[in-house]
Design a protein around this ligand. Structure first.
Ligand SMILES: NC(=O)c1ccc[n+]([C@@H]2O[C@H](COP(=O)([O-])OP(=O)(O)OC[C@H]3O[C@@H](n4cnc5c(N)ncnc54)[C@H](O)[C@@H]3O)[C@@H](O)[C@H]2O)c1
Length: 254
């Protein structure tokens, strides 16, 4: 079982890569940076230190040639691709629609939607050619299901990822390639650091999140999401395709 995880240098992707490696899969960590945003050993080195197999492949997911190279080099190094996690994403800019700078818009759409689309396209081609099925998991967000003021571009890209997931699941079912989306709520990564450190934003998160974590806060952990990806990638989810798995502390239940 060979896996590729994009955006796996840091945060959620790092947790997913570590979890898949635990189950014995060789993992290719694809990211624009090698060092974790939160600090520590690069993900592929941590996997190796724990006895697993992993490589790093410098990849900008919005660049078609780089994504094609990622899939080709993974298959050359570890054999047929079984699991593709299109996880890389950005949310840098908080702004209303009327004030949106279109350069920011293009950058967010480029990573969050074009990047996931390209990952799906080249992973699917490879899985079809190999003829042994496969699993694709796209990281969307609960913000793909509900709106949130000042995050319209981000929300729209995540909604697009969900629709891509549903459509691709229909196209790939004849090849036994399952395609599902993960919809996390707020989780403790560098992406959410500003919200954790802003008292107003933190209070808003508390109001919107029914569950609390052990520390009393409204943020889930990357490990909870990684466990869900391991489930989606396993035979326990063999009858599941075209779906969103929402793990959000109850955010979208309100
Ligand atoms: N943190 C949250 O609360 C939250 C909630 C819902 C969904 N998500 C989604 O989870 C995914 C991971 O986010 P995270 O919280 O781990 O963020 P993060 O910033 O900790 O990690 C994102 C990783 O993606 C990489 N990346 C950025 N642009 C890239 C590109 N063009 N090509 C390849 N890699 C790139 C970064 O270098 C980084 O290592 C994203 O898709 C995000 O939208 C996060």
């Amino acid at each position: 079982m060979t896996a590729v995880v994009t955006g796996a240098a840091s945060g959620l992707g790092r947790a997913i890569a570590l979890k898949l490696a635990e189950s014995g899969a060789p993992v290719v960590v694809a990211d624009v940076r090698e060092m974790p945003r939160e600090g520590g050993l690069p993900t592929h080195l941590l996997i190796r230190q724990r006895g697993g197999q992993a490589d790093f492949c410098s990849t900008d997911v919005s660049d078609e040639q780089q994504v094609a190279h990622l899939i080709d080099s993974t298959c050359a190094r570890f054999g047929p691709l079984d699991i593709m996690c299109n996880n890389a994403g950005i949310s840098e800019v908080l702004t209303t629609v009327v004030d949106t700078d279109m350069a920011d818009f293009d950058r967010i759409v480029g990573v969050n939607f074009r990047g996931v689309f390209l990952g799906c396209k080249y992973a699917a081609r490879s899985m079809i050619d190999q003829g042994r099925g496969g699993v694709i998991v796209n990281t969307a967000s609960c913000f793909g299901l509900v709106g949130y003021p000042t995050m319209a571009t981000y929300c729209a890209t995540k909604g697009a990822v969900i629709q891509l997931t549903r459509t691709l699941a229909l196209e790939l079912a004849p090849w036994h390639i399952r395609v599902n989306a993960l919809c996390p709520g707020t989780i403790t990564t560098e992406m959410d650091r500003d919200q954790r450190e802003d008292p107003g934003a933190l209070e808003d998160m508390r109001i919107r999140t029914p569950l609390t974590m052990e520390d009393g806060g409204p943020f889930g952990l990357p490990e909870d999401q990684a466990a869900a990806v391991a489930f989606l990638a396993s035979s326990a989810a063999r009858w599941m395709t075209g779906q969103c798995l929402v793990i959000d502390g109850g955010w979208t239940a309100i």
